[in-house]
Write a protein that binds this ligand. Sequence first.
Ligand code: SAH
Ligand code: SF4
Length: 377
Amino acid sequence: MTTPLDNLLDFDQSALKAYCERVGEKSFRATQLFRWIHHRGVGNFDEMTDLARSLRAKLAGVAEVRPLAAITDKTSADGTRKWLFDVGQGNAVETVYIPEDDRATLCISSQAGCAVGCRFCSTGHQGFSRNLTTGEIIAQLWHAEHQMRAKLGLGANERAISNVVMMGMGEPLQNYSQLVPALRMMLDDHGYGLSRRRVTVSTSGVVPMIERLREDCPVALAVSLHAPDDALRDRLVPVNQKYPLHELLDACVRYLEAAPRDFITFEYCMLDGVNDAPEQARALVRLVRDRVACKVNLIPFNPFAESGLRRSPRERVQAFADVLQGAGIVTTVRRTRGDDIAAACGQLAGEVRDRTSVAQRMARGTIALVRADSARH
Ligand code: SAH
Ligand code: SF4
């Protein structure tokens, strides 16, 4: 059997330095190599013209820049572009490019499937397949950045992507060891040069890893809250049973000591008759106000067949937002993008095989949610 080539996308700059030394090269070559790969988007050693021919030949024998193969590549009427990438063994992950007036955001996946199993999330319904490697996480940015640069006719020193959000498939903080080097590459001036404020990790609330991220690589933090009390959150976001709200909010407060932004973004997916009542908005105010500096982002639920849940009506979302705003909490309602190509939050289904039958358990209604008496009107 032949030894597989090392994937240079797995290495942040310091790991690439160590790698160069291991193969008998001076460590400063790593910076040149890193710039060729990430800054210039070059994956073929022959094109790295300022590296000695002997080094290029040596690298070609032991290493490669391993891209992900795109199964589909669709652009929505609103400019949102979605790639479905093959990650082997019937698994696929999605990456979404979202252009706006003043920025362009890439939404990146961290796992094939997800083990958290949130009730309203199609990735959660698929169950967990596997963690992505650092190389597979950064390959999504590598691919999208250089394809968009070409499409937009940008030069080598211009950037197509200004922001990254780890809000695709998977729970990034349950793939911590592979995530952190990828974040470092995003921040590296020789890589993608993104500021810490423009890289956001979104988590369902894996408390110990929030603590570690604060120390290892603080970036902007979004926390998927979705409920104002433990009883409801236990059912919507099962990781809450392990790390209840008071622990989560304490972790948020501590995170802010090191964070690049002076607030946490709380995401709250609006589910009709489940978590969208005005009294639940008031409970949310009581939970967070005077405790953690935050903004709230209300996400209209994107329905999918097996969920059995409905999107809150627009007026209901507005009334909920009004309660929060009235209490002085900055609140935004997320615009749904890329609907026509199923690129919106929670629609990232991919082709991931269901290994844990979460979908069946959910379909059998072991986790019944919608209250029959939803107190509307
Ligand atoms: N696992 C991480 C990041 C990926 S999910 C997390 O949960 O934060 C990114 C965001 O999309 C989360 O806030 C999640 O709650 C939200 N989301 C998931 N399914 C959704 C759906 N069907 N409609 C709207 N938002 C959804
Ligand atoms: Fe996993 Fe996030 Fe989906 Fe929950 S919302 S199942 S944590 S991807």
